[in-house]
Design a protein around this ligand. Structure first.
Ligand code: SP5
Ligand code: ZN
Length: 328
């Protein structure tokens, strides 16, 4: 299987994240990178397809904000990473605001996703990496792996959050759909892929199914409930403590639903944060479970792009990714 990676994805170097009333070391840190690269063998660098494929998913003003946010933060006299602190919960109407703190809140939904000097470049090349994988399966490959980092599935059309800035899986899916394919997205990250769901909520040619921790107990809390399912959206929340025996029936349900959608291509938002050792998550998957999981997905017999999302148990991360890719 061809694997894609761009070294500019190293340029996102978060210094901390805020939750539970305190700053913590970032779960999504650069140590994840070599753990995965060492386990998957040679990678190819993506071509640069430019901004147009990103603009199918994200607003121009949002991308321009992301590109310039850190510079504006520095110009405002701030040190360290940029963080939001005030959010427009009353309504996200389109106000033309200038102050960087207003913009950070307008274009985000949490305080765990810092913007540093290299965040834009890393997120841009993460999307290009996903596009390179999409091109590989469009060209006839049965499966490809896009090692995207930072992750993307929490980023919406005009917001960042959940360590996500540009929604690489969504960019790849809409790129595949632009040439007439029906595309299914299967999101197996521990956390609900709220950004991807929001981006494609009004689409008929792109379906989104997510298996994740019940948002009644876990981040991102406000999305991912079963009753959001409709038409092209299926949410399958599972309780904390779920292991492979509890996960499999949900996966079978998801795969049956994808078959009924009659997709031409599949994008998998893959994460290893369902692993039992994950420091911020509460499922009980074991490394050896990821191979049968992938085999089940491969049994759909669709051209499949695997996009890397989360996974924070660095000591197990390489083995978990390799076990998953082994199933294709
Ligand atoms: C891509 C992805 O997996 N994003 C996840 C973002 C989760 N951020 C919320 C962090 C809150 C973690 N609380 C953990 C408590 C650990 N004791
Ligand atoms: Zn996650």
């Amino acid at each position: 299987m061809r694997c894609f990676w761009d070294d500019r994805q190293r340029d996102h170097v978060p210094t901390g994240e805020f939750f539970n009333g305190a700053m913590h070391p970032p779960a999504e840190h650069g140590g994840r990178i070599d753990a995965i690269l060492d386990a998957i063998g040679p990678t190819e660098a993506p071509a640069d397809l430019g901004m147009q494929p990103l603009l199918r998913v994200h607003g121009r003003d949002y991308l321009e904000f992301l590109r310039t946010a850190y510079g504006q933060w520095r110009d405002a006299g701030r040190d360290g990473d940029a963080f939001p602190y005030t959010f427009p919960v009353v309504g996200r109407r389109h106000l033309r605001l200038n102050r960087i703190d207003a913009l950070l809140g307008q274009y985000s939904f949490d305080t765990s996703s810092p913007i540093g000097p290299g965040t834009w470049d890393a997120a841009y090349w993460s999307a290009q990496t996903a596009l390179a994988g999409a091109e590989a399966i469009a060209g006839g490959d049965r499966a490809a792996f896009a090692f995207c980092r930072p992750p993307g599935h929490h980023a919406g059309a005009d917001y960042f959050g959940g360590y996500s800035y540009v929604n690489s899986a969504a960019v790849a899916a809409s790129h595949l759909a632009a040439s007439g394919r029906r595309v299914a997205i299967l999101d197996v990250d521990y956390h609900h892929g709220n950004g991807t769901q929001d981006i494609f909520a009004a689409r008929r040619d792109i379906a989104f199914v997510s298996i994740h921790a019940d948002p009644a107990t876990d981040y991102p809390f406000f999305w991912g409930h079963a009753d959001e399912s409709r038409g092209n959206i299926l949410n399958l929340p599972l309780p904390r403590g779920t292991d492979w025996s509890g996960y499999l029936p949900a996966l079978v349900h998801a795969l049956d639903w994808i078959e009924r959608f009659a997709a031409d291509a599949l994008v998998v938002s893959y994460s290893a944060d369902t692993h039992e050792a994950d420091p911020i998550s509460h499922f009980k998957m074991k490394t050896q479970d990821y191979t049968p999981m992938a085999r089940r997905i491969a049994s759909l017999d669709l051209p499949t792009l695997v996009v890397m999302e989360g996974g924070y148990a660095v000591d197990a991360l390489g083995a978990n990714v390799a076990a998953f890719l082994e199933g294709f």
